[in-house]
Design a protein around this ligand. Sequence first.
Ligand code: SAM
Ligand code: DTB
Ligand code: SF4
Length: 320
Amino acid sequence: MKKSNQLLRHWTKKEIGEIHNLPFLDLLLQAQTVHRANHDPNKVQLCTLLSIKTGGCPEDCAYCPQSARYKTDIDAEAFLDPENVLKVAQQAHRNGSTRFCMGAAWRSVSEGRQFEQILEIVKRVAGLGMEVCCSLGMLTRNQAQRLAQAGLTAYNHNLDTGPEYYSKIITTRTYADRLRTLQHVRSSGVTVCCGGIIGMGETAKNRFSLLEVLSHLSPHPESVPINSLVRVKGTPLANRPKLDPIDLVRMIATTRIVLPTSMVRLSAGRTEMSMETQALCFMGGANSIFTGEKLLTTPNPGEKHDQQLLKKLGLSRLES
Ligand code: SAM
Ligand code: DTB
Ligand code: SF4
């Protein structure tokens, strides 16, 4: 079903803005048409997230409950034991997830025992027949290659927002640093998972810039998480106003049109979304969600809710 993404377009910010600002119903129709041409329209991929190293992160990402710089309710936890990680992956597989994503609150991956253990975990999760994704911070070229050899499917490294707004959110690493890691991932043969967060006080234009940069990655990222800010007490963004659901749907639909073959993942923030909002996101071309009670550290709707959601909408799980 999925088409090759070799000939995909590099869009300008202006073109992206024109799509985004179409009358809402025209936008949804266009997004749904693009979606149907490239994906099975009634299938949604279920992914499970696990935090393998929580909290105590030296970075200053203003949205993040795991930064050591903010006083949040998250306590730093030790690196998870590989046997326990495997158990969680097996359970996720039994619950219908076809992708298992592991996150670590690190600035970058350091060499040593923990990296060796990650390679081992990647091998074993891939052995279950699941797609395996990691989000561990910055990577060197050599680390990306070793993850590729271990069987990693995808590496998640978000640009988070447009380049103009980025320094309002993170000062401890640059946009160029992020792009460098993405290059290392791409050249290793591991697929790229890269998206952002909306609702952080950025303008619509900042969102168009993010999509412009994503569309200039060549080929396009295979996976694009669109996170809605989870406003966590103690972080600098805790008091941001709630994101307007229509703005979220516009962002999802624009992402679908600009990046037609990518998986568009309706990621963080679903506990604050009605089923109707999520339905509109699927209509706009989102075709993946994270399931389970927890994202990395914050709550997520859970299996029961998601089963009901899919049932109501007549959607089924994407099998691997
Ligand atoms: N430390 C690694 C890094 O930053 O690359 C990996 C884990 S980090 C938690 C992965 C992504 O989660 C971030 O890039 C950000 O996009 C997303 N994220 C973190 N906190 C969030 C929040 N409060 N709301 C929405 N998305 C969030
Ligand atoms: C992504 O873009 N979203 C996921 C995944 N990549 C690693 C993480 C969302 C984290 C939300 C905040 C938390 O639970 O700590
Ligand atoms: Fe650390 Fe990642 Fe959170 Fe930034 S987003 S503070 S790098 S865990």
